[in-house]
Design a protein around this ligand. Structure first.
Ligand code: ARG
Length: 273
């Protein structure tokens, strides 16, 4: 274990939850009858943004659109790697129009957006580790999109089969602790098929293994800068494990967003130039 873990400063894109709501159900967490406290959601989100900025990260914002309550989940809009943008093709018709708003932001920022040809939900299912692109499938992003991502980025894609509908996006079950060539990950094994579990164990023998309680608290939907881990305060065991390994947990509670099946990583898109 390194004496001192070194953070790498990030550039994030986020979307203010002004129009956040649960109006339809496209994952098991979403119950349109359960009210969302929009003011509380705003406060929780502002606290996350403050925490990112306090730790030196750059945060940019895209203007929210009133009819798109899930647009706050910026991670799903694209994968940006090496300055190349693979724009999403959302599974749910309710979310498809988000692409127009996000594409406009990228084009305005000087990026060309390539559209996925098959369902692909950006960083929700495509997670760069430094050596590979870990790619989830089973509920949203397709294997065809994995193939396109490999061709487009020229990074080896490792396809992983998700099996539990509560962990419908890869970023609800796994996150990258540090994305250097020898980087490590944390994950919840039961979210994966036996074969995919074996692949993860082979690639990451020293991975941090989360409990079901950690996963249910959205503890795997965390953002790490290589040193600080922005994590749900309800994922206690996981935070303790990370602290023992030299990481610094920064607790931020996005409980209101969990009503839509989202957390810290879901609301955060990383722009890797
Ligand atoms: N309600 C959204 C959906 O089901 C939540 C997206 C969460 N995003 C994520 N990166 N896991 O599509």
């Amino acid at each position: 274990m390194p004496d001192s873990r070194v953070p790498r400063l990030r550039r994030f894109l986020v979307c203010e939850p002004r129009h956040f709501a649960v109006q339809y159900s496209i994952n098991p967490w979403m119950h349109p009858d359960t009210p969302v406290d929009v003011d509380l959601a705003q406060d929780q989100w502002q606290e996350l943004i403050r925490a990112y900025r306090d730790h030196g990260h750059t945060v940019e914002t895209v203007e929210p659109v009133a009819a798109l309550p899930d647009m706050v989940f910026a991670a799903n809009c694209a994968l940006v790697l090496g300055g190349r943008v693979l724009g999403s093709l959302f599974h749910a018709p309710e979310r498809r129009a988000e692409s127009t708003a996000y594409d406009a932001w990228f084009e305005n920022a000087g990026y060309e957006v390539y559209r996925a040809e098959s369902v692909c939900e950006g960083e929700g299912d495509l997670i760069p580790t430094g050596r590979f692109l870990l790619a989830g499938t089973g509920f949203r992003t397709t294997r065809e999109a994995h193939r396109q991502a490999q061709e487009f980025f020229g990074v080896p894609v490792i396809s992983l089969q998700l099996v539990d509908p509560r962990f419908y996006h890869l970023d609800t079950a796994l996150f990258v602790l540090d994305d250097g060539p020898d980087g490590n990950i944390a994950y919840y094994p039961e979210a994966f098929s036996p074969g995919s579990r074996a692949v993860l164990a082979r690639l990451y023998p020293d991975a941090v293994i989360a409990t079901r309680d950690d996963a249910m608290a959205f503890g795997l939907n965390s953002v790490s800068d290589g040193r600080h881990v922005f994590i749900s305060p309800r994922a206690k065991d996981l935070a303790d494990q990370l602290a023992r390994q030299g990481y610094v947990p920064v607790p931020v509670d996005l409980s209101e967003f969990q009503k839509a099946g989202g957390g810290i990583k879901c609301v955060t898109q990383e722009i890797r130039s």
